[in-house]
Design a protein around this ligand. Structure first.
Ligand code: ADP
Length: 505
């Protein structure tokens, strides 16, 4: 039997290097060393215990990014409780659904969400509300200041659940992926190996922390190595550019979704900006347009593509920087402890080079969804591979390409069309800021493509130019039959395009 248990990373670094900086919360200008951070976490755990938080209880957080949110996560570990980060973009009925499902005992909320938190607590009978004020006067700070006594931290097993994270539920109701200590441990090992994290690394947290990328790439892995997380409350492209180029701050690691970098490339000063601090600049969470990677390459910056899911820790594929251009479009290779397969609908192996569904197995993969014991069986194959729902192919060197989501594929005249391929072609046009292609019903062809295009300011591109460009680059059945110019695309809180919200009629 394995004797490995879940280590308390913060306590470890507080012993080994107490004076090293653990977090820097930009909005409040608070900086905590590992010793200070460790002390606040212990006191928060003592405070939560006075509210009767016990092993297995859920503690929810509804807040913009804040170093306090990490404290809640680590205090949960010390109590053996489960951290439940909530998406602050959701409306009260959506939060109500999640809190009815996960039944938290405590809801910690930013002052900015006091009204929503009170509604959700009333509707779902959450007994305790705690407000936080980004370091200002609040029940949270008062609770930490008043905490007394010692804490015998719980020793957690690797298969215990540490976090429940609800996926954005682009189809149907959201489901709470259970994230175990083992998943986090291996996501950390993979990040350390692939993204070269050390105790000298500084990660910029700017994606929302209720999302796996905000929390786990590379927030949590940085605490595993003993580096520092610099926290932006919300993403702003101009501020982001000045932070990642600031030679005193010296950010070394950044992962964003494509929309972040598309916006960044439009910020005045981008062309002259010097990114040489960065050990790794990576993009994931959605397909990165090739034109975006090329735009960064023109500046001599290698934008590395990564693929992952909430359910996979998330790191499941990683493209090393030396291959960022040679294998452009690929999300790379699986990390050390992860197995991938690409299969047909009937489960048989898809021939190399062709597209099938991507399956994944490894210690970084979720055991299933909270409260879904029945359907959890269907998400795995008999030999333990998780169905990702993503369409992928592999090249002759074994590199993986995420082609699209299975459900975004449409069939035109009997031919499969993967919208991402078409979007990449539209992105080649200079005046295009963003675009999304969806399948719409068509009498003759079954389905055809419709492109939604957002133009850059001052561009005079028209619908016909988009169609003409596609005709010159793509087979006819892939060319959108319709192009609609719109002011903006709908995005989720991470910045991913919500294709299901684009009209199909
Ligand atoms: P959701 O977006 O559904 O809330 P996740 O944040 O867990 O959930 O996103 C996982 C999904 O994001 C993957 O299944 C995949 O479809 C998409 N994705 C992530 N990385 C990439 C990538 N590099 N290329 C294409 N798609 C990606």
């Amino acid at each position: 039997m394995s004797t490995t248990t879940a280590a308390d990373w913060i306590a470890h670094h507080a012993r080994v290097s107490p004076k090293r900086e653990a977090v820097y919360d930009l909005a409040s200008n608070r900086r905590f060393t590992y010793a200070e951070f460790d002390d606040r976490i212990t006191k928060l755990a003592l405070y939560l215990r006075t509210l009767d938080v016990r092993e297995g209880d859920r503690v929810a957080a509804l807040s913009h990014n804040d170093s306090d949110v990490f404290e809640i996560e680590f205090a949960c570990q010390r109590l053996g409780a489960i951290f439940l980060p909530l998406n602050w973009r959701l409306a009260v009925p959506e939060l109500e659904f999640i809190c009815n499902d996960a039944t938290p005992k405590v809801l910690v909320h930013g002052l900015e969400f006091a009204a929503e938190a009170a509604d959700v607590a009333r509707l779902t009978n959450i007994p305790n509300l705690i407000d936080i004020a980004n370091g200002g006067d609040s029940a949270y700070e008062a609770g930490i200041a008043a905490a007394t006594g010692g804490l015998a931290p719980r020793v957690n097993q690797l298969d215990d659940t540490w976090v429940i994270m609800y996926t954005s539920g682009t189809t149907g109701r959201p489901k709470g992926a259970m994230i175990t200590y083992e998943m986090c441990l291996f996501n950390g090992i993979h990040s350390i190996m692939d993204a070269e994290l050390t105790q000298r690394s500084k990660n910029l947290v700017f994606l929302p922390m209720f999302h796996t990328a905000g929390l786990n790439v590379f927030g949590n892995p940085i605490f595993q190595t003993g580096g520092c997380n610099v926290i932006m409350r919300v993403f702003d492209p101009a501020e982001f550019l000045s932070l990642v180029t600031d030679k005193d701050l010296f950010i070394t690691h950044v992962l964003g979704v494509p929309t972040n970098f598309l916006m960044l490339a439009e910020v005045p000063g981008f062309d002259e900006a010097d990114f040489s601090n960065l050990v790794s600049l990576s993009v994931g969470g959605a397909a990165a347009p090739l034109a975006l990677i090329e735009r960064f390459a023109e500046k001599g910056v290698r934008l590395q593509q990564a693929w992952g899911m909430t359910e996979t820790g998330p790191l499941g594929l990683w493209l090393t920087d030396d291959k960022a251009l040679e294998k452009i479009g690929s999300s790379g290779l699986p990390p050390m402890f992860t197995d991938l397969r690409i299969v047909e609908e009937d489960g048989s192996e898809t021939p190399q080079g062709q597209t099938g569904e991507l399956l994944i197995r490894g210690p970084n993969v979720t055991p299933g969804y909270w409260n879904r014991a029945e359907s959890n069986k269907d998400i795995f194959t008999e030999d333990g591979f998780f169905h990702t729902g993503d369409a992928a192919r592999q090249d002759e060197d074994g590199y993986y390409y995420i082609v699209d989501r299975w459900k975004d594929m449409f069939i035109s005249g009997g031919e499969n069309v993967y919208p991402v391929e078409v979007e990449n072609v539209i992105f080649q046009l200079d005046g295009v800021l963003e675009n999304a292609v969806v399948g719409i019903p068509h009498e003759k062809w079954g389905e055809v493509g419709r492109a939604y295009v957002v133009m850059k300011e001052g561009s005079n591109l028209d619908e016909q130019a988009v169609v003409d460009h596609c005709l010159s680059q793509l087979a006819r059945y892939k060319v959108p039959k319709e192009v609609r110019m719109i002011d903006e695309l709908p995005h989720n809180a991470t910045g991913k395009v919500l294709k299901h919200e684009l009209p199909r009629d």
